[in-house]
Design a protein around this ligand. Structure first.
Ligand code: PLP
Length: 454
């Protein structure tokens, strides 16, 4: 099993050929099957003697892969799609072949150095100080959780040093914030105080102030330790007023975290950069390169203004780890909830290094333009109503006279017919449709084809 023999050599050819074919051709959208259907065709694949590489690969390519949606298909517009660049995907093969431990400088110095340069690019775009830094984690959910754990650790230490007793720790976020904030609070056994976004769905400091004031009157022994600003909500791509939120948090000694899992990618897009003003006031921020920065799954950039606070919260101590504790070395494991880690920022780094940052600006601007085309097509369509002008690249709209059931049936048929993957969502209790456009290959052609079925 650990020998590179002629059989493995032949298998390597097959695997590389398959991988390159997958990259070269536009993949079909494909379609999930039931476990029963899969079992019928794939059979039980785990056996005493093994199937052999050729047969296991055949089962993957013929049976399993077609039962996984191609999230990089130009007509995959549901949730937040992915659109890895060729360079990023190819380099993922190299990372896979390299057995690099990305947790410590001692073991992965070269990889960590490259990841840190990629993080530096993002933190420079955000206007964070030179001292900022962080780590690539699995996804936005873990990124948000790790940042909030660091925030609470910092607040707890401060309360302890002041001899202050806090009965309950509280995170403040918009009622439009991502579900992972609630989930983080659940894990941390904290409260989330949801402050109401204004009518335009943007959260501003005035609303946060009112919500905290009321809450603290009712719960004087609780303490707010973090304010989460969303930079591009998942449903509609709305950006909170980061400027006023940042000022408010800084003034009141509250940790300011910016969740930009989707939206902060557009920091590199000059046409919308000003929408993120105030992000430079954050104590921590996240952005998922696997969403709109053209990296494969899974990678979230988690960046702290003061990485020492992340390190104080997250470093694991044990006799077998102490050898790694050199003050002058940067160990990525110390900055989030993880220890062993794949250097998952490397595919993103490679593509950024190879293509240059200008290509990223252009590709993000491209998708923002495609969203504008979608707006025009929807406005011209007799049966459709645009929900609102998009701030970024998520375009939401409704179909006149349709019930939630009709939206779902339409969506199912669209995928059955292999035209596109567009799923219904909801806004203020009413069903909506949304196009999340992050793929430079998504064009007027795909949009027209989808809209023709409405
Ligand atoms: C997608 C998303 C998340 C969660 O990120 P994962 O990588 O899916 O864990 C968090 N916040 C926002 C705003 C998102 O769009």
């Amino acid at each position: 099993m650990h020998e590179f023999n002629p059989e493995v050599e032949a298998l390597a050819d097959d695997i590389l050929r398959y991988s390159l074919l997958r990259l070269r051709q536009e993949p079909p959208l494909d379609h999930a099957k039931t476990p029963e259907e899969l079992l019928e065709v794939a059979g039980n694949t785990i056996t005493d003697k093994g199937l052999g590489g050729k047969e296991a690969l055949r089962i993957f390519t013929d049976v399993l892969a077609p039962s996984c949606l191609s999230t990089d298909h130009p007509s995959y517009l549901a949730f937040i799609p992915s659109a890895p660049s060729e360079h990023a995907t190819l380099f993922d093969l190299v990372v896979g072949a390299s057995a690099i431990y990305g947790g410590s400088w001692l073991e992965g110095a070269g990889a960590v150095f490259a990841e840190n340069q990629a993080l530096r690019w993002i933190s420079d775009l955000a206007g964070l100080p030179e001292s900022a830094g962080g780590v690539f984690v699995q996804g936005g959910t873990i990124g948000n959780l790790s940042a909030l754990v660091a925030a609470r650790h910092t607040a707890r230490e401060k309360a302890k040093s002041e001899g202050k007793k806090v009965d309950r720790w509280v995170i403040v976020a918009s009622n439009q914030a991502h579900s992972s904030i609630k989930s983080a609070a659940e894990v941390m056994d904290c409260e989330v105080l949801f402050a109401n976004a204004d009518e335009d769905l943007v959260l501003r400091a005035s609303s946060v102030d009112a919500a905290i004031e009321k809450y603290m009157q009712e719960n004087p022994s609780h303490q707010v330790f973090a304010l989460v600003g969303t930079a591009g909500s998942t449903n509609l791509g709305i950006i909170d007023d980061l400027d006023s939120l940042g000022d408010y948090a800084n003034k009141n000694g509250i940790w300011f975290h910016v969740d930009g899992a989707y939206g902060l990618a557009a920091l590199c897009a000059p046409s919308v950069r000003q929408l993120f003003n105030g992000v430079e006031k954050c104590d921590s921020m996240i952005v998922d390169p696997h969403k709109w920065l053209f990296a494969p799954f899974d990678a979230c950039a988690l960046i702290y203004r003061n990485p020492a606070l992340g390190k104080a919260a997250h470093t694991q101590h044990a006799s077998y780890l102490d050898t790694l504790e050199d003050e002058n070395e940067f160990n990525p494991s110390d900055y989030a909830i993880h220890l062993t880690r794949r250097p998952r920022g490397l595919p993103f780094w490679f593509s950024l290094a190879a293509n240059g940052s200008k290509a990223y600006s252009e590709a993000v601007e491209d998708t923002i333009n495609t969203a504008k085309i979608a707006v025009r097509l929807i406005n011209e369509h007799p049966n459709l109503e645009l929900l609102m002008d998009p701030q970024l690249s998520i375009v939401a709209f409704t179909r006149n006279g349709w019930s939630a059931k009709q939206y779902q049936e339409w969506s199912d048929k669209l995928l059955d017919d292999q035209i596109a993957f567009v799923t219904p969502s909801a806004h203020q209790g009413k069903p909506i449709l949304r196009f999340a456009i992050v793929n430079p290959w998504t064009s007027e052609k795909e949009l027209t084809q989808i809209l023709a079925t409405l």
